[in-house]
Ligand binder design. Structure first.
Ligand code: PBG
Length: 327
């Protein structure tokens, strides 16, 4: 006995060809930014314990990894430095050293693999002896004093040849200050990817292990956002856009798909999502236990970020995804 139905949605799910034909969202290698950890030395490649498959590379080996990423069609890499303790101080001044690790990495990558885009993080935490994104005085994170250093950091990255600066610090007014300084110095083509809605999240744990950048005291709740808030994310995104951001980012991604969606609805700028270290670690750990199909969960998670509205995804899975999509 067949039912008298006009619509049978299953008709369009019957074969792989039909499913492909009506697929609304696609994950593309061209959407990905590959975050990489760099450290001093030569011939160094240390696996991050809480991020199996992710490594800290010395510059020589970093170049090989970046070359591989470029060959896979990944359009951009984002660099994060492991800074030796003796180079850290309360102001994080090493961040604008023209011969600093990041500056040297940017120069070499742009010399040897000019086609790949380089994204550099603007924030003090890897450089700051307090492990905070800003300068700490009497337990308080100073906003305007920090912005002055962030401007110097962004300028020194631009001078080294970065394509995109990505302020991840969440200080107020930093996008406007950085845009102004870049323009004044003639770096009008350096783009700003603003971490607009960056939450005070426990999902960053493995990243802080990778860099040794965990706060020495306190937490980041006076500058990163409360996970309970969504309207505040729109406010942050609007401010960054008004101050001159070229792209807006939401971070973390998977637990914040509603934020990605809302920001996408409220702006015409490209929206990025950061599939952060803890999201990566959860999938890898469950896969290693044999509890989930890691590859499928990875692809499903990243597709969900695109469906929510992300144009761009920063992900430690970038190479794995590229290999699968190329196959
Ligand atoms: C620091 C920064 C963090 C991440 C990117 N930039 C950590 C933090 O805010 O403590 C986290 C990325 C990840 O977890 O993958 N400015």
């Amino acid at each position: 006995m067949s039912q008298d139905l006009i619509y049978r949605p299953r008709r369009l799910r019957r074969t792989e060809a039909l499913r492909q034909l009506v697929q609304e969202t696609q994950l593309r290698v061209q959407d990905l930014i590959y975050p990489l950890f760099v450290l001093e030395g030569e011939n160094q490649r240390q696996e991050v314990e809480s991020m199996p498959g992710c490594y800290r590379y010395s510059l020589d080996l970093l170049l090989k990894e970046v070359e591989e990423a470029a060959q896979l069609g990944i359009p951009a890499v984002a660099l994060f430095p492991v800074v030796p303790e003796e180079k850290k101080d309360p102001t994080g001044r090493e961040c604008f050293n023209p011969e600093g690790l990041i500056q040297r990495c940017v120069r070499r990558i742009k010399q040897e693999i000019p086609e790949i885009l380089v994204v550099t993080d603007v924030a003090l935490d890897p450089y700051n002896s307090d492990g905070h994104d800003g300068i700490v005085r009497d337990g308080v994170i100073l906003n305007d004093e920090t912005v002055e250093i962030l401007v110097k950091q962004a300028l020194s990255q631009a001078e080294a040849g970065t394509d995109i600066v990505a302020p991840s610090d969440m200080m107020d007014g930093r996008i406007g200050a950085i845009r102004q300084a870049l323009d004044d110095q003639g770096y009008t083509d350096v783009a700003i990817l603003a971490y607009s809605a960056k939450y005070a999240s426990a999902f960053y744990g493995p990243f802080r292990d990778a860099l040794g950048s965990a706060p020495k005291s306190g937490d980041k709740k006076t500058y990163q956002m409360d996970p309970a808030n969504a309207r505040e994310a729109i406010k942050e995104a609007e401010l960054d856009e008004a101050e001159g951001a070229d792209m807006l980012m939401v971070k973390p991604a998977l637990a914040y798909l509603d934020i990605i969606y809302r920001i996408k609805e409220s702006t015409d700028l490209p929206v990025a999502a950061y599939n952060v270290s803890g999201e990566y670690a959860m999938i890898k750990a469950a896969e290693q236990k044999g509890w989930i199909d890691g590859k499928k969960v990875m692809l499903e998670s990243l597709l969900a970020m695109k469906r929510a509205g992300a144009d761009i995804i920063l992900t430690y899975f970038a190479k794995e995804v590229a290999l699968i999509l190329k196959a």
